[in-house]
Design a protein around this ligand. Structure first.
Ligand code: NAD
Length: 368
């Protein structure tokens, strides 16, 4: 089985956290005979400096040809003034569009050692493990008509349009059902069917797909405003949540904060499966390039390493290896190691590289 991975470390802390991925990948190659064919490319400000564009056509072609893309982060003050079309972030949009990754997976997992760091009560979030699947390429951020117009009476009017088609809804719902099959077998579909036609269609299409193919999964429906409340009231009621682009944008950020730090949050964006069942995929931490701490060996590499674990699991079916890495991370946190962003009294503050060392050492202990 081919395991061609394009690594785009990007800017700021991107290369620092990605360095820890290379070390961990090397460990897996050596100790588990699970080698990846990793190649590097430039993206964001790094590509702009080298080539005058935030992503070259060659890099994009490499991404399309790869089995998976691992992305660090892009952007920084150095490039804040460049034209919008050349901004480092433009490369991310181009990458997602060209790979047609329509399902954004954001797990919210609370590691026992970090439960007390959440703003919510420990008993509410301890053991939390939920997955939000957000539709990423449709809905109100892309719908036409859109724009700002001046009306005959001189007022201005801003317009955006929420649009979804049967296929757009069903393909993202299928991803959610398939994920639930490997988890607690529960999907909650979230919309505003009470006030939006697109929400009514969403509910009907998810229900129809469920009846056709996923009757063995428990399906519930919830209005988005209620879901926002339930996420802070009792988040453990959820297994997989599937929702549209706009609601998913907000609900995934809300769920993220249940877990504490940005430095802990991985993500995956998946496209349609080809005939062999393989999906285009981009794995990246939720955080940005953190220019305030870049170059200081302070960044938390865990979000990036958990993104690598998601790649092992979802692109290559290496569930045992993904679990091994997640367990190593859990154990290191339980042992009291903390990067600055997750530091709390009585714990040991460590650098990016020492966190990487500790996780690799723990991997060694786990397979001994
Ligand atoms: P950010 O996520 O880079 O940083 C927000 C805060 O969280 C900062 O204080 C930072 O130090 C901290 N932080 C983030 N990741 C961390 C980690 N792994 N370990 C420890 N602390 C961490 O967001 P921002 O400051 O709004 O944006 C900075 C730059 O990143 C901007 O140019 C922005 O456009 C870009 N950005 C890129 C992406 C991406 O590449 N996907 C996402 C968000 C922002």
């Amino acid at each position: 089985m081919s395991r061609k991975v394009l690594v785009l470390a990007g800017d700021g802390i991107g290369p620092e956290v990605m360095h820890q991925v290379f070390r961990v990948a090397e460990w897996f190659a050596k100790h588990r005979e699970m080698a990846f064919d990793l190649s590097n490319g430039l993206i964001g400000g790094a590509a702009l400096d080298a080539h005058g564009v935030p992503m070259t056509d060659e890099t994009l072609a490499d991404a399309v040809a790869a089995d998976a893309v691992l992305l660090g982060a892009v952007g920084g003050p150095k490039w804040d003034a460049v034209d919008f079309s050349l901004r480092p972030e433009a490369a991310l949009l181009a990458l997602r569009q060209n790979l047609a990754v329509f399902a954004n997976l954001r797990p919210a997992i609370v590691f026992p050692a970090l439960a007390s760091a959440s703003t919510l009560k420990t008993e509410v979030i301890e053991g939390l493990d939920l997955m939000i699947v957000r539709e990423l390429t449709g809905g109100i951020y892309f719908g036409q008509p859109r724009g700002i117009e001046t009306l005959p009476d001189g007022q201005r009017r801003g317009v955006n349009t929420q649009v979804y088609t049967t296929s757009e809804i069903q393909r993202v719902a299928a991803v959610a059902f398939e994920l639930a099959e490997k988890r607690a077998k529960r999907v909650c579909s979230v919309e505003k069917a009470n006030v939006m036609e697109s929400g009514r269609l969403w509910r009907e299409e998810v229900t129809a797909l469920h009846a056709q193919r996923f009757g063995h999964i428990e399906l519930t429906h919830m209005y988005a405003d209620n879901c926002a409340m339930q996420l802070v009231r009792n988040p453990k009621q959820f297994d997989v949540i599937v929702t549209d682009n706009l609601f998913g944008d907000m609900l995934s950020d809300e769920a993220a904060m249940l877990t504490g730090s940005l430095g802990m949050l991985p993500s995956a964006s998946l496209g349609a499966a080809d005939t062999s069942g393989r999906r285009r995929a981009v794995y990246e931490p939720v955080h940005g390039s953190a220019p305030d701490i870049a170059g200081k060996d302070m960044a938390n590499p865990i979000a990036m390493l958990l993104s690598f674990a998601m790649m092992q699991r979802y692109s290559f079916g290496l569930t045992d290896d993904a679990e091994l890495l997640e367990t190593a991370i859990r154990n290191v946190l339980a042992g009291g190691m903390r990067t600055s962003d997750i530091m709390s009294p009585g714990m040991a503050r460590v650098s990016t590289s020492v966190m990487g060392d500790s996780i690799i050492r723990e991997l060694g202990k786990l397979v001994r």
